[in-house]
Ligand binder design. Structure first.
Ligand code: ZN
Ligand code: ZN
Ligand code: ZN
Length: 133
């Protein structure tokens, strides 16, 4: 874990576009800049001006005093300081969620969408299965 992930923070509501690795076609981690494919380790440069603009314009509320702030920063994570209470906090990258259904009992499960294969155990029927994105 990096420093930025352990600081107090809130999650951005705006994800970067979903892209696949040009080499192995697996889903790339969500983000902009130099993204490393978790499957084949290829580095891919991802740029999307529309997302950067939305990131700069994103409104968030301060986790300390709830004042609504305009982010003003075109990257994630963004280190922000509240103009009202001066609290420092991190606006973390959006982690896209995905809904899948358990192959055994059909219950809908919501989870963070992360590239690669994951082993899931269903909280309802305890079936264990693999998903890959
Ligand atoms: Zn790849
Ligand atoms: Zn504040
Ligand atoms: Zn199940």
């Amino acid at each position: 874990m990096s420093d930025e992930e352990t600081k107090p923070g809130i999650e951005s509501r705006i994800p970067a576009p979903d892209l696949s690795c040009p080499k192995c076609n697996n889903l790339l981690p969500n983000g902009l800049g130099i993204i490393t494919c978790v499957m084949c380790k290829t580095q891919v440069k991802v740029e999307h001006e529309g997302t950067r603009r939305k990131w700069r314009e994103e409104k968030i509320s301060c986790p300390e005093c709830s004042k609504v702030l305009v982010c003003g920063v075109g990257k994630r994570p963004a280190n922000l300081q509240c103009s009202a209470c001066q609290a420092h906090f991190v606006l973390k990258p959006n982690r896209p969620k995905i809904e899948i259904s358990c192959p055994s009992c059909d219950r809908k499960l919501r989870m963070n969408k992360r590239p690669g294969v994951r082993e899931i155990s269903c909280p309802a029927c305890e079936a264990v299965f693999n998903v890959s994105f």
